[in-house]
Design a protein around this ligand. Structure first.
Ligand code: TPP
Ligand code: SF4
Ligand code: MG
Length: 300
């Protein structure tokens, strides 16, 4: 999968204008730019309230060259279904429809519409960019915020619950393609969205997008931190294609080498400052257990 595309054969045409409203070092900015290259010009976007709506800005000075429908928080997948129906009525069967929602708009507020669309097998690509909190409104915890993270709604002890495993929830619907990727691995991201375009039914892509403003790190470290999440085994790159699971890219390579200790990742971001020694060692144990499961169940 990854490795097919390199920096020299990415399409040169930019579908995101330079100069947008994202914070400097925003992982979403990278994911969006590369993701739109993979989707191509004949695409209609569907976007709920999020940092992405801010990044895109408003007509006539929008940062994207693609048509985009801004919809209510809970309705992203339902609205994408409606756009598909309108295209069918116009006999436009080659246009790609792609919803782009944040983790709040996917794992919490939009999950019912997404579940319905998965179950019906609607033919669009749902992208969740996961900056692990409701960032646009000032860093509130979401279902995908990791355990122990300090947000404005978990200010004292950090979030007590674990990160919700949204890709597994979506995969349980039996859709044809689920993939996880990261803004720190833009070519992996590009290849997975490209592949999604060739598969029928609903395709779900989960993108880890480091967020300097909400995670508490210097914007120059976005890629380094995104990579550390994978190198520690805290975030895995994989595909579930027609129900077959396989690790991809750096996560596949991880099986052959020693993982970086999780604390190396935690140390880089102020949002983890409330994690205790025992919480860190519990999380390390969970990652080690997962790696053991991979080693015994995956034929790499
Ligand atoms: C029904 C509803 N509730 C709350 C809001 C306010 N709101 C706008 S964006 C946002 C945060 C979105 O978080 P997420 O989906 O994770 O995207 P991010 O901002 O992190 O990019 C919230 C709570 C809203 N627009 N509609
Ligand atoms: S708050 Fe985070 S996700 Fe939102 S624009 Fe800033 S860096 Fe990007
Ligand atoms: Mg978010």
């Amino acid at each position: 999968m990854s490795g097919q595309t390199n920096i020299l054969n990415l399409p040169e045409e930019e579908l995101v204008h330079p100069g947008n409203r994202a914070c400097s070092g925003c992982g979403l900015g990278i994911a969006y730019r590369i993701g739109l290259k993979a989707l191509g010009k004949d695409t209609i976007l569907v976007v709920p309230p999020s940092c992405l709506t801010v990044l895109q800005g408003l007509y006539p000075i929008a940062a994207t060259k693609l048509p985009c429908v801004n919809v209510t928080f809970a309705s992203t997948a339902a609205a994408a279904t409606g756009v598909l129906a309108a295209l069918r009525a116009q006999k436009r069967t080659t246009t790609t429809v792609s919803a782009w929602a944040g983790d709040g708009g996917t794992s919490d507020i939009g999950i019912q519409a997404l579940s319905g669309a998965c179950e019906r097998g609607e033919n669009f690509i749902f992208v969740c960019y996961d900056n692990e909190a409701y960032m646009n409104t000032g860093v509130q915890r979401s279902g995908t915020t990791p355990q122990g993270v300090v947000t404005t709604t978990t200010p004292i002890f950090g979030k007590p619950q674990q990160k919700k495993d949204v890709p597994s929830i979506i995969a349980a619907h039996g859709i044809n393609y689920v993939a996880t990727t990261s803004a720190a691995y833009p070519l992996d991201l590009y290849d997975k969205i490209k592949k999604a375009k060739t598969i029928s039914g609903l395709k779900y892509i989960h993108i880890h997008t480091p967020c300097p403003a909400g995670w508490g790190f210097d914007p120059r470290y976005t890629i380094k931190i995104g990579k550390l999440a994978v190198e520690t085994g805290l975030y895995d790159l994989y595909e579930i294609e027609y129900s077959k699971f396989r690790l991809t890219g750096e996560s596949k390579k991880n099986l052959q080498k020693k993982l970086v200790p999780v604390n190396e990742y935690f140390k880089t971001q102020s949002r983890f400052r409330k994690l205790s020694e025992s919480q860190i060692s519990d999380i390390q144990k969970q990652v080690d257990e997962k790696r053991k499961r991979y080693l015994t169940t995956i034929d790499s």
